[in-house]
Every structure is written in C-alpha cells, then in structure tokens.
Design a binder for this molecule. Sequence first.
Ligand code: DC
Length: 203
Amino acid sequence: MSFTIAIDGPAAAGKGTISKAVAAHFGFAHLDTGLLYRAVGAKMLAGVEPLEAAQTLIAEDLENDAHLRTADVAQAASRVAVIPEVRAALLDFQRAFARRAGGAVLDGRDIGTVICPQAEAKLFVTASAEVRAERRFLELTEKGGLATREDVLRDVKERDARDMNRADAPLKPAVDAVIIDTSALSIADAIAAAITAVEAKRI
Ligand code: DC
C-alpha cells in the first residue's frame, strides 16, 4: 500500500529535519527532491547543459552531499529549477518514488501542488526569512564557513523570490496543506506538529 506525505516550503525552514524525522517515525522512505535540482545545478557549474544534466542524472550524482550543500550549488539549483524542461525531466522519478509500496515522504517546493497533488498528507513548513537566515548562518559558520549574516539573509531572500515567482511550479502551499510555521518552535515541537498533522490523515 502506498501513502504519500508531501512536505514543501522555502529554504532553511526545517523541511529536511522534519521530513527525515517523519519518515523515520512512520517507517517510510524519504526523498529530498532539492538534491535532484542541486545535482543538476552542480553539473551546470561543471559545464554540462542543464537539460542534458537532468536527463542523464544517476544515483551517483546525488552522493557528494558536502559539495551539493554549498551556497553556490544552492543558487545554481534555484536557477536550473526555473527551466520547465528540467522540471519535466525529473517528474517521473519523483512520482514513482511517491507511489512506492510502504509509504514515502518527499520534500521540496512543488510536491503537494504539482508532483503529488493526490498526496494523502500535505504539509507546508515555513519560517520568517530572518529566522531561516540565522539558522543557515549558524550552520555555515559551524562548518567553518566565512559568510556574514547579511550575505546569508540576502541569499535566502534571493532564492525565495526566484522560487516563488517562477512561472512553472512556483513555491506556494497547496490549498489543502497544513501550514507549520517553525519560527518560534523547537525542532522537537516542529516534528511533533508534523506527526500530528499526518496522523490526522491516516484514518
Ligand atoms: O530544498 P533545497 O534548498 O535543497 O532546494 C534547492 C533548490 O532547488 C531550490 O532553490 C529550488 C529548487 N527546488 C525546486 O524547484 N523544486 C523542488 N521540489 C525542490 C527544490
């Protein structure tokens, strides 16, 4: 039996952490769809044409997590994500993953709206741009990065604007999504809110 949990939201809202915890709680498989766009973005930075990169993506391309998580690759991902043909090339893989037996959690920007409009549970995880930038700043400096708070906030806002204003599959909550604002929530409370929202759809 399949059961799809769609988790969308802007960068650094806590989607990744919540998605992993929700998947572990229900024993579901998890796909971070942002990683697909990051892998395409990384290939573009390496000189490959974005559509070709999306059409020839293989599991190995998703493996260098440290590189894929850099700010440069994030910006490149957001740029290739604007191209409708790139999005189309990644669609079937995501839909097949969503319908796998045993349940699946997919997190991204357009899971509840475009990839899986029939998902049994939809969450939209968000937080203010300032809170998200502060989290990203702490994450980067912990890893020894040299970013300033201003740079990180500008990056977050730039990526939000591009993700929300693109013509194809813009970032927005599905009409039937449960909104979870994590600005003032601890990680544990945000995870608990997500699990409660999914439980309500499981009957
Ligand atoms: O979630 P993330 O920060 O890893 O995503 C990187 C970029 O990929 C993001 O700026 C927009 C794009 N993306 C998308 O357009 N659709 C998705 N389902 C996931 C990510």
